[in-house]
Structures are given as structure tokens and as C-alpha cells.
Design a protein around this ligand. Structure first.
Ligand SMILES: [Zn+2]
Length: 443
């Protein structure tokens, strides 16, 4: 993984290799600026003295995890790309939703407990483009990281997967005859389109979460066309059972389903079906950064990934977004960034009925540490002897818990802890690089 570099005025320079960073630190030419993502600051250079190359941030937005990759484009061919950093942002939308539901329930109980209080008149309006807090959080955390990366690296552009399939490349698939061909970019777009159109299940038996094959409703051998309006998705069993029978014969004893399939095959899908509201909101905010934003489709991402034989992870999916002919240096560890929040304002802990159960401390710090800080503890003697690195959870007694990669280590004294990085609302972990097995499975 590349190391991010700043100049002496904290302006971003080109990222360097781990080896170079180690040498710079050993010779005293640089200092550590940040632990996660690892960033160094040169003491003797400014940005004007060095040449910058084009660096892009690639984003694959997801509901639970968003993949973010920083790549360097080749000077001669921007489609030859070198991965500098792989990152996965784990959102906490479900946590936010649960917290709000619980708050609503507590308030409801308080309102009804002694005397009835009528609910207030519904006098609030939502601005246009409003998103539920759990969805807005996804946009906000992704934007926070894009902005942070722009401060740490000389980013020149953003590439984002905005839609599942690209209607423009299909040119009105239902009407004009498009040739469907397996294994081409076009084939992947058609597949994503069909998945959306047939709700990701087998058209003949309704099976979900099984591998789906593309089936010609009017069989090819009987002169059926390759147009998208003649294609559907079927599980392996149904596809085999149907063979080259006409659909009317195959579904002779289920006229209802036959009717529905025929109607659905004719109805074209709207382009909007491929974009959800969060992706739109993210796209608009990315545009507001002033950097050029290129958008791409999920079909193209999948096509790139399978063609280049790259395993499927969120971060590597992000690396495959957009026009790509070759990707190098992708086999590196991934930095997982978990959105943890910065603690709670509420100082009273409640039981599940909403009655007070205990109280939190007034102050957020104990002995100079705060929950969420990244610390290193060197315990010299005793049962817990050893070195631990991770996120700390503080206690008023000064005996802390440390969340390491192996698990929680309890009862570490503050005297043994050394601060590495202040809490910033995220928990960090390094995931090992994908094994050869993963790579071959994907290919
Ligand atoms: Zn089936």
C-alpha cells in the first residue's frame, strides 16, 4: 500500500512506496503526520518543487459498505491504472435507524404515562431531496472521506459507479434490436438490466439467491431473437426443463404466470430504476467539490473485474469502476474504516423500557485518553504482559479496554498506554491481501 505524503506546508505530494517512506523517516527527512491512513510529512520540500501525476478516487457506493480506491493513471494511457490505496467504509445506517426508533418509543411512553397528551399537529415539512438519516449518513461519511483524501493526496478527479446498468450503451434496448452476447461489456450491461427487470429471481419458479441464466422466452432454435424483450432469467433447473419448448407449452398448466411473463417482457424498464436516491445525492455532492466526476455502471464494473481476473471485494470493485484496460498493484491489504460515531450526548443509560439504569461520566476524557483513541499499550509484567495496539475504551478507574484485531483486551492501565491517533469517529483495521485462492475463484 502506498504511503500518503504531505509537504512542509501540509500540501499533498505524490504518494510514495512504503520503503521510501521508511528511509525518509529513518533519515529524519520526514515525520509521521497520521497513522490511519498512514501519512508522512516532509520537512524540507514544498509542492512547487515536485511534479504531480493524475490521481483519481474511485467509488463504488454500497448500502452497508462503500469501496473507495485511490489510483494513479499512467501518463500515456489513463486506462492503465496503478492502485495506490484500497479502502472500505463500513456504514452504520442500521445503528442510526435503531437509535431513532428507540428514541421514538421512549418519547411515546413518556407522553402517555401520566396524562394523555395529544400528538402535535404535523407541522413539519421536508425539504426536497431529503433523505432518511440512515441514508444521509452514507452520503455524509463518503463525502467526508473524499474530502479527507483530497487533503492528503493531489487528487485530480473522481470516478463513481452511479447506475447498475447503462441505458445509453443499450440504446433503448426493448425497441431497437440489440445483439446480446455473453462475455462482452454489452452482455454485462444487459445482464444487470435483466436482473433489475426480473427482480433478481427465476421467472418460471420464482427462486431467489440461486445462479440465474439468461433464457430466450421464444427459443433461439425456433427463430427467437436476441433482443432484450425476448430475454428473461431462469434458474438452471427451469432453463434445462424448458429446453427448446415454446414458453406456451412449458407453462401450459400455469396460465397466470405465462400471462405475467409475457406482459413483463414487453414492459421496458425506466432508466431511473438503475439509480437509487443515495447514489444521486452522492453524485451531486461530488460534483459540488469542483473536481471532474466521471460516472459509470455496475455492468462495466463486473465486466472489468471478470476480464482482469480480480477477486470480488468492495474495495477492488471500486478499482474496477469506469473505463479500465489494466490494473496493477491491486494485491495489497485493504484499510477498513468503520463508522463508529463520537459517542453519545445522552448521559443517562436507559433500560429497555426507558427507565434510567445508570449514568455516564460528565467528562469524555480520563488521564488524557478518550474512547475511540488509537493507542499502543506496552505491558511489561503480569498476566497481560505484551504489546497491544487498537481502539481504546476508557473507564473512570483508569483501567482501559483495548479492541485489538484478535479481540478485546480488558483491564489495561492507562500508565502503559501511548496515544497514536486521536478519536475521529472511525475505527480502523487492516485486512490482509486477497489470497491466490480468491483470485483463481474470481477468474
Ligand atoms: Zn426456476
Amino acid at each position: 500500500m502506498a504511503v500518503l505524503v504531505l509537504d512542509k506546508r501540509k500540501k499533498p505530494l505524490m504518494p510514495c512506496s512504503e520503503k521510501r517512506a521508511r528511509l525518509l523517516l529513518e533519515r529524519g527527512r520526514a515525520v509521521v503526520h497520521r497513522m490511519r491512513p498512514f501519512t508522512i510529512r516532509l520537512k524540507d520540500r514544498t509542492v512547487e518543487e515536485s511534479a504531480l501525476q493524475p490521481i483519481q478516487i474511485k467509488i463504488d457506493p454500497g448500502s452497508k459498505t462503500t469501496g473507495v480506491t485511490v489510483i494513479r493513471e499512467d501518463d500515456a494511457d489513463p486506462e492503465h491504472q496503478q492502485v495506490l490505496m484500497l479502502m472500505e467504509i463500513e456504514h452504520r445506517g442500521q445503528h442510526i435507524k435503531d437509535a431513532l426508533t428507540q428514541r421514538r418509543a421512549f418519547r411515546r411512553r413518556r407522553r402517555g404515562q401520566l396524562r394523555h397528551r395529544a400528538p402535535r399537529f404535523h407541522n413539519r415539512t421536508r425539504p426536497s431531496g431529503w433523505l432518511a438519516p440512515s441514508l444521509q449518513h452514507r452520503v455524509d461519511t463518503t463525502m467526508a472521506w473524499v474530502n479527507r483524501l483530497c487533503r492528503l493526496a493531489p487528487v485530480t478527479g473522481i470516478i463513481m459507479e452511479r447506475v447498475r446498468f447503462d441505458m445509453q450503451t443499450m440504446e433503448n434496448p426493448e425497441i431497437s434490436g440489440v445483439e446480446y452476447q455473453q462475455g462482452t461489456l454489452h452482455g454485462y450491461e444487459v445482464r444487470e438490466y435483466l436482473l433489475e427487470k426480473w427482480q433478481r429471481c427465476c421467472a418460471y419458479c420464482g427462486a431467489r439467491n440461486v445462479p440465474l441464466e439468461i433464457d430466450h422466452i421464444h427459443p433461439q432454435s425456433r427463430g427467437g431473437s436476441d433482443r432484450v424483450s425476448n430475454l428473461t432469467l431462469a434458474c438452471r433447473d427451469c432453463n434445462q426443463a424448458k429446453g427448446n419448448q415454446p414458453v406456451e407449452v412449458f407453462l401450459a398448466d400455469d396460465p397466470k404466470r405465462l400471462q405475467r411473463i409475457k406482459a413483463q417482457a414487453k414492459a421496458p424498464l425506466k432508466d431511473a430504476a438503475a439509480v437509487n436516491s443515495t447514489r444521486w445525492a452522492l453524485f451531486r455532492q461530488l460534483q459540488a467539490t469542483g473536481l471532474p466526476v466521471i460516472t459509470s455502471s455496475g455492468g462495466r464494473t463486473k465486466y472489468n473485474r471478470q476480464r482482469l481476473g480480480i477477486p470480488k471485494t468492495h474495495a477492488l470493485d471500486a478499482a474496477c469502476v469506469g473505463p479500465v484496460t489494466a490494473i496493477t498493484h491491486w494485491n495489497v491489504p485493504t484499510l477498513t474504516v468503520r463508522a463508529t460515531g463520537r459517542g453519545s450526548y445522552q448521559r443517562t443509560r436507559l433500560n429497555r423500557f426507558g427507565f434510567p439504569r445508570g449514568y455516564l461520566m460528565r467528562q469524555k476524557q480520563v488521564k488524557g485518553f478518550q474512547t475511540g483513541d488509537l493507542v499502543q499499550a506496552n505491558v511489561p509484567t503480569g498476566k497481560k504482559a505484551g504489546t497491544y495496539q487498537g481502539r481504546v475504551a476508557i473507564r473512570a478507574t483508569g483501567s482501559f479496554n483495548i479492541q485489538t484485531r484478535e479481540g478485546v483486551v480488558q483491564g489495561i492501565s492507562h500508565r502503559h498506554c501511548r496515544l497514536l491517533q486521536r478519536a475521529d469517529g472511525y475505527g480502523y483495521a487492516l485486512q490482509p491481501k486477497p489470497t491466490q485462492e480468491d483470485a483463481t475463484r474470481a477468474a
